[in-house]
Design a protein around this ligand. Structure first.
Ligand code: HEM
Length: 510
């Protein structure tokens, strides 16, 4: 009801505004003079602006797909620059007013939070320490796949697996452990997963509160209540786990441990510094879980979908995995070991090709021009929101031959993607993790997770297309860009039957 009323009123007002603007544009006094050498370059072209109501209508849409509009603008010669959400009322609740890495503006607080994440939990030594946790999560993932029965198959038949659910669960188990360190039982992991998923699912719809918050909170009262209740739920789930660490939890040093020791530098200058509040720690944990789970699970699904669609690539990859394990004397091991991944160039090529062709995010997080800049003959004023079309960059036919085709070989020696620089410091051919100062700090962890799980999934099972469930690579925008028809594939076991692992064992035993 509230949506219906809102849309009717804003559409009416919008129409009135555009009629007024058009009438003004047609009047001779308002026609602007042509751009000459002395005047500043023009702003990039964009849709006709409808002040106040345009942004409001745009933000109120839960499902607005900006990509086709931007693609059209890019074709008409403009560098694409989608609107960035400004600091929002929802951000005040969900990110403790911008005190997490991704929403903190460039400055001392952002540097402290980012350095803490990168050095505290994502540095190579800490990543190695989490190796036993990855091992246990792999066991749970494999045994979930073996015991799945998505299509009601006969007993004894190889299972048909809707892969996204077990992938997401596995990523949650891992990141919950890296975040909270201690034992978290299966039921609690599930509750955390459900809350974070609900939050991500509603994320776009909460953007409406960036505009005239007193009004939009009133008009979208139920939406606002949902946001507040999700945040309350997060606190109920995370605070006992944070408190347990404070009281000296066991297990590996985790993200929460590092956050409890962190002081914010700008407050230090004001007199001694202060530790993060519990609310701020909750926001940072939420960011850690959201940033690292769906992105990686989505990428895993795209890799596997392509391996199912192209069985010859799957066979080539399996042969490489077997040769590398044999070369290291690890062919009897019941997993592909992390240290053997370095000897698998084709594996890396398959993962990179999936990230080029189907990056989980088609844009980076909103950036802002810090000073007036000129780009391709267009003016980008200081303070303007700027973004980058990650999805399009990876499909540039001046860089990639036959860019729409899935060809891992392009990342092998002699290919146009050989030695591709994912950080963008030398050149930018693709940027699934962003580039520059705000490049994804979880890149190394994500690449490790992708290579480790893909290698083990391909060694353990032959993944086959299922009749009636042919692989469809059409994309769909959710929090990440997912498969419109999620992958279902038959997992034919290639090795001796595994003992099913109890889910509770995952984190408890790591
Ligand atoms: C395949 C997996 C992943 C992909 C494709 C991905 C992609 C991205 C992208 C495109 C950005 C925006 C960069 C920019 O604005 O320029 C980003 C930022 C970020 N990512 Fe990731 N990411 C992944 C996994 C992870 C993981 C595992 C973590 C941590 C556990 C993580 C934490 C973050 C954080 C905290 C930021 C904000 C950085 C900042 O603003 O300084 N990401 N990621």
């Amino acid at each position: 009801m509230e949506d219906w009323l809102f849309y009717s009123l804003t559409t009416l007002l919008c129409l009135l505004c555009s009629l007024l603007l058009r009438a003004r544009a047609r009047s001779p006094s308002s026609s602007s003079s042509a751009h000459d050498a002395t005047s500043p370059p023009p702003l990039p072209p964009g849709p006709v602006p409808v002040p106040v109501l345009g942004p409001l209508l745009f933000l109120a849409r839960r499902d607005f797909d900006l990509a086709p509009v931007l693609r059209r603008l890019a074709r008409d010669a403009a560098p694409p620059s989608p609107p960035a959400p400004p600091a929002t009322a929802s951000g005040a609740v969900l990110t403790s007013g911008g005190r997490n890495v991704s929403s903190s503006p460039y400055g001392a607080t952002w540097r402290a939070l980012r350095r803490n994440l990168a050095a505290g939990v994502l540095n190579p030594a800490r990543l190695r320490a989490f190796s036993p946790a990855r091992r246990w999560v792999l066991d749970v993932l494999l045994s979930r796949i073996t015991t799945t029965n998505s299509n009601g198959e006969e007993e004894g038949e190889s299972p048909v697996v809707a892969v996204m659910e077990p992938f997401q669960y596995a990523m949650f188990c891992l990141l919950v452990y890296m975040c909270f360190g201690d034992r978290v039982n299966d039921a609690r992991v599930r509750e955390i997963e459900a809350t974070q998923r609900d939050l991500l699912g509603s994320f776009l719809s909460f953007q409406v509160f960036s505009f005239l918050p007193p009004l939009t909170k009133l008009v979208f009262r139920r939406r606002w209540e949902k946001l507040v209740s999700l945040r309350r739920r997060q606190e109920e789930l995370f605070l006992p786990l944070i408190q347990a660490r404070r009281e000296g939890g066991s297990g590996d040093e985790c993200y929460v441990d590092s956050l409890m020791k962190l002081t914010l530098p700008e407050e230090e200058e004001e007199g001694g510094g202060r530790l993060l509040t519990d609310g701020e720690i909750v926001s940072l944990c939420s960011e850690f879980l959201s940033a690292g789970t769906d992105t990686t699970a989505t990428a895993l699904q795209w890799v596997l979908a392509n391996l199912v669609k192209y069985p010859e690539m799957q066979a080539k990859l399996r042969a490489e995995i077997a040769a590398a394990a044999a070369g290291a004397g690890n062919d009897d091991e019941d997993q592909v070991k992390e240290e053997d991944l370095q000897a698998m160039p084709y594996l890396k090529a398959v993962v990179l090709e999936a990230l080029r062709r189907h990056p989980p995010g088609h844009y980076v997080l909103p950036h802002e021009a810090r000073e007036d800049t000129e780009l391709d003959g267009f003016r980008v004023p200081a303070g303007a929101p700027v973004n980058f079309a990650v999805g399009e960059i990876g499909l540039d036919d001046e860089v990639w031959s036959a860019p729409m085709e899935f060809r891992p070989e392009r990342f092998l020696p002699g290919g146009e993607g050989e030695d591709v620089d994912l950080t963008g410091s030398k050149e930018i051919k693709m940027m699934p993790f962003g580039a520059g100062r705000r490049v994804c700090p979880g890149m190394a962890l994500a690449m490790l997770h992708l290579e480790y799980f893909v290698a083990n999934l391909v060694r353990e099972f032959e993944w086959r297309e299922v009749e009636g469930e042919e692989v469809d690579l059409t994309e769909k925008l959710e929090f990440t860009v997912v498969m419109k028809r999620p992958l279902k594939a038959r997992a034919v076991p290639l090795r001796a039957t595994r003992k099913p692992v109890a889910d509770d064992a995952v984190v408890a035993a790591a």
